[in-house]
Design a protein around this ligand. Structure first.
Ligand code: ARG
Length: 449
């Protein structure tokens, strides 16, 4: 059992079952890098406040920096018997620095530490996921470029509706993902990194000492915008987990979009549709049926959206009944947060590759585009152009379509005399020209490109 940060008041050792029940090191060890950065900044605050001499501060900073470098490399090894990552770091520091390390926790509590570390984690992961989203958007764009000019049926209610460009079909997913990127960027921007809350009431250190612009330890885009502010409400600072919920919400929506894309691809890759083929490297087989090429990646992404929603709801419920300020219940925010970050990051990575390898089966798509019902609306517009009111034209073409279905005669095979029964304005030559995917798509002029 490793040393606790609060042993003094207790004469009895903690029951081993309680140790196990309350410990979080097995998952919050992921926060090592972020907690260490927080500690490095805290050392600077203590130096400014003259609670650490310059020499002491630099020794402590260096020790923390070395641990931080290890954590960034994924080489930080935590002791599984530590209560949590904050305890683990403190214990490591005591082993390397001796008594000096006992000063690190001056004017600090794990309550503000964990809030800082998880805020920084959230901010960085929101930015990282934003980049992964951009990669998937790019992959969808190159898939559209590769299949330039390809037209596909669009569906409403999963029934044939009208013809659209594949570029726009894929572009619809790009639009969703662009909104996701904006949402994640907003999550990152909303995370305000504050210090000085202490356990709940603030600390004796003057707020100006907590005003730190671009502290060291970070590289990349975040480094420039990474400023520490003095806390403006210490009670809220230790009790707020809105940023976790914002992040889980934004990730749940990403998951929903990836799940819808998966569903479209699952349907389009069925034998019945046969619009798209998955690359073998992104499909799986069956242990029993030798012929199978299954879309398991897509199915898992669809399934994972359930976990992403669950993680969001889980955190909302944990938080809803909590009185101010910090309560240990809040320790439970991390597993859903980490889980969702893992799921979304890995699915975005795999989709950016999977999407690039998709191949569209033009013959099957062209066959589907033969369905005249896809052009029924165009025939209505044609009659409207000839001065027939829309509702009247809709009903005329509706009756024509019904006749075509009931008699199994295609509209393009009907004689002029037959067409005349539905409207004397339906000129056969025009109708044949309109029953065409390229003409249909070209006639839609409302989309600003
Ligand atoms: N491991 C805890 C968490 O994640 C750290 C805070 C514990 N604070 C306390 N006063 N027991 O929330």
């Amino acid at each position: 059992m490793s040393k606790k940060m609060w042993g003094g008041r207790f004469a009895k050792p903690t029951h081993p079952l309680v140790e196990k029940f309350t410990g979080s090191i097995h998952y919050d060890c992921r926060l090592a890098e972020y907690d260490l950065l927080g500690s490095m900044i805290h050392v600077e605050v203590l130096r400014r406040a003259k609670l650490l001499k310059t020499g002491e501060a630099s020794r402590m900073y260096k020790a923390l920096e070395a641990l931080h470098a290890n954590a960034v490399k994924g080489a930080y090894v935590s002791d599984p018997s530590s209560e949590d990552i904050h305890t683990d770091i403190q214990n490591k520091l005591e082993r390397s620095l001796g008594e000096l390390a006992l000063k690190l926790h001056t004017a600090r509590s794990r309550n503000d530490q964990v809030a800082f570390a998880s805020k920084l984690y959230t901010k960085m992961k929101a930015l990282e996921i934003g980049t992964l989203i951009s990669n998937l958007i790019k992959a969808l764009g190159s898939l559209a470029d590769k299949n330039k000019g390809l037209l596909v049926p669009a569906f409403t209610h999963m029934q044939h509706a009208q013809v659209v460009r594949l570029r726009d079909y894929l572009g619809a997913y790009a639009e969703m993902l662009k909104r996701d990127a904006v949402r994640l960027d907003a999550v990152a921007k909303n995370v305000r990194l504050v210090m000085g809350a202490g356990a709940v009431a603030g600390t004796p250190i003057d707020s100006v000492k907590y005003e730190i612009k671009s502290p060291g330890g970070l590289s990349g885009a975040l480094a420039k915008s990474f400023n520490i502010h003095p806390v403006s409400n210490s009670i809220d600072a230790v009790s707020d987990r809105d940023y976790v919920i914002d992040m889980l919400g934004a990730m749940a929506i990403v998951g929903m979009h990836v799940s819808r894309l998966s569903e479209d691809l699952i349907i389009w890759s069925t034998k019945e549709f046969g619009f798209v083929s998955l690359d073998e490297a992104f499909a799986t087989g069956s242990s029993l049926m030798p012929q199978k090429k299954n879309p398991d990646v897509l199915e898992l992404a669809r399934g994972y959206s359930g976990r992403l929603y669950g993680n969001l709801v889980n955190s909302l419920i944990v938080m809803k009944g909590l009185p101010l300020s910090y309560n240990r219940d809040m320790q439970l925010d991390k597993e859903p947060l980490f889980d969702s970050v893992n799921i979304v990051s890995s699915e975005l990575r795999v989709f950016a590759e999977l999407v690039k390898t998709l191949t569209f089966n033009k013959a099957n798509i062209e066959n589907a585009l033969e369905d005249e019902s896809l052009y029924a609306t165009d025939l209505v517009y044609y009659l409207v152009d000839k001065g027939i009111p829309f509702k009247t034209a809709h009903s005329m073409i509706g009756r024509l379509v019904k006749h075509s279905i009931d008699s199994s005669i295609e509209i393009k095979s009907m004689s002029q005399a037959e067409l005349d029964k539905y409207s004397d304005k339906l000129l056969r030559a025009d109708i044949i020209r309109l029953l065409n995917p390229a003409v249909s798509v070209k006639s839609k002029r409302s989309i600003k490109r």
